[in-house]
Design a protein around this ligand. Structure first.
Ligand code: GLU
Length: 470
């Protein structure tokens, strides 16, 4: 049997980290078994579903590299199929028309609540035999079995048994003719030959109801894995309050997709105490049975740590592609200036995110006209003029523009003036970067051209003399 899994988001918002983790687990399970992965858009809620959300989900899946073999399918394109099966269930006396008014249902509910019972439909129209006009508004309800129980063995939560006396007759078609979620899911998973349903634990109460529908349709029941919730660092359900929850927000904030995937795979799944998983390792090691039962708390520091790990260890040319997006996002023109891979190599140790990297390396691509005030005040003082002047002339003589040669020239200037490296290096840093912080100054200068470097030192010297005259 070929393993076939699916991710079935409702397009009512962006792809959030909880959904992405569910998608990842489902995808990993399929890939691990050389199976197939389906993307299905559950857009039956016409009021809340939007094209924007569909696009956002697809964008998020693509950014994470969670590729699908089939789909995207859209439930709204399958209404005929659902309705045909609902008609069939009615013909087989497995579903029935219910004419109960809102008022009756509300009164029933109140009565049950007052008696301390779980509110559930009492099966009035299943038994009443009342006659109604052919066009009287009604819903269609599924005839849930009245005796026995439903048992399934969840890959995460183990054996779950639910008495049929706990379940009522579910509405499978609304008054407006639209089939409902629990019915469509079953038909889809059957038609799409899904073998393993991996989804959020918020759906676990739907599963026994769905299993009864599978039986009524004569369809094979898939296996299930219900994944627990993700909590914020404060123990509350993860929400916008905790910062980014949309996957694309993580891109915008400067994370690499591999870092987020690695973070998400560990959030609820483990393989010994291993923390770092390449995509290939995740695929080869993943199993549903190693998913933990308890809710997992989101930890941004750990995600940052992983992000820097991947910034440092991935091939710089690969990281550069993602950095390029941030450069563009921040309006930095990279058509002139150093290769982005060299920027990645220079900055990997200093940055936890690519957004930071883009911000901090802007001066490599753009000239500036003012120095950062505090840094200039401290380091561009008249005493620095001599050192800057000497470094300038030594660099002007250098032909092989490489970090090692640049390093030697700076050292030589410091030695000649009998100054510590800082007394030369700091003014030079402020001169060429405009700020008091940067990676090793020789590496920085190597990524600028000689002309740029000399021009910036000249600008610093002019600044110092202006300051002396003021
Ligand atoms: N459409 C449902 C949701 O977004 C998922 C249903 C399922 O996976 O069975 O929560």
């Amino acid at each position: 049997m070929t393993v076939k899994t699916r991710f079935a988001p409702s397009p009512t918002g962006f792809l959030h980290v909880g959904g992405a983790r569910t998608a990842l687990y489902s995808w990993l399970y399929a890939r691990h078994h050389q199976g197939e992965f389906v993307l299905r858009i559950e857009d039956t809620d016409l009021e809340r579903s939007t094209q924007e959300a569909i696009d956002a989900i697809i964008e998020g899946m693509n950014w994470l590299g969670l590729n699908w073999d089939e789909g995207p399918y859209y439930q709204t394109q399958r209404f005929d199929r659902y309705n045909a099966l609902i008609d069939q269930l009615q013909n087989e006396d497995k579903a029935y028309k219910c004419y109960c008014s809102r008022e009756r249902l509300d009164a029933l509910r109140e009565q049950q609540m007052a008696a301390g019972e779980k509110p559930r439909y009492d099966g009035h129209c299943r038994h009443s035999g009342e006659q109604h006009a052919a066009d009287a508004p009604c819903v269609i309800r599924f005839k849930n079995p009245t005796a026995g129980s439903v048992v399934f063995v969840d890959h995460v939560r183990g054996r779950i048994e639910t008495g049929n006396d706990q379940l009522d007759d579910l509405i499978i078609r609304r008054t407006d003719g639209a089939p409902t979620y629990n019915f469509c899911v079953v038909v889809d998973d059957w038609d799409m030959e899904i073998t393993h349903v991996v989804r959020g634990e918020d759906h676990i109460n739907n599963t026994p109801r769905q299993i009864n529908i599978y039986h009524a349709l004569g369809a094979p029941v898939p296996e299930f894995a219900h994944v627990s919730m993700i909590l914020g660092d404060d123990g509350a359900k993860l929400s916008k309050r905790h910062g980014a929850v949309s996957v694309m927000q993580y891109r915008d904030d400067g994370y690499l997709p591999q870092a987020l995937l690695n973070y998400l795979v560990r959030l609820g799944w483990s393989h010994g105490d291993q923390e770092i998983f390449s995509r290939e390792e995740m695929i080869s090691l993943f199993s549903l049975d190693a998913i933990g039962k308890s809710a997992s708390a989101f930890n941004t520091d750990k995600l940052l740590w992983l992000n820097q790990h991947y910034i440092k260890t991935s091939p710089p040319t690969e990281v550069a592609e993602y950095l390029s997006w941030h450069m563009q996002d921040q309006g930095i023109d990279i058509t002139q200036g150093p290769a982005l891979a060299d920027v990645v190599t220079l900055y990997a140790e200093r940055c936890h995110t690519l957004k930071e990297m883009a911000e901090q390396s802007r001066y490599l691509f753009e000239d500036f006209s003012v120095f950062e005030e505090a840094a200039a005040k401290k380091h561009l003082r008249p005493v620095a003029a001599e050192a800057l002047g000497l470094v300038r002339s030594k660099l002007a003589e250098l032909n092989d523009w490489q970090a090692s040669g640049i390093h030697e020239q700076i050292n030589a200037a410091a030695a000649e003036l009998d100054l510590g490296m800082g007394k030369v290096g700091m003014p030079l840093r402020v001169a060429v970067t405009g700020t008091g912080q940067s990676p090793g100054i020789d590496g920085v200068i190597a990524l600028l051209s000689k002309e740029q470097t000399l021009a910036r030192i000249d600008m610093a010297l002019a600044f110092i003399s202006e300051r002396a005259n003021a």
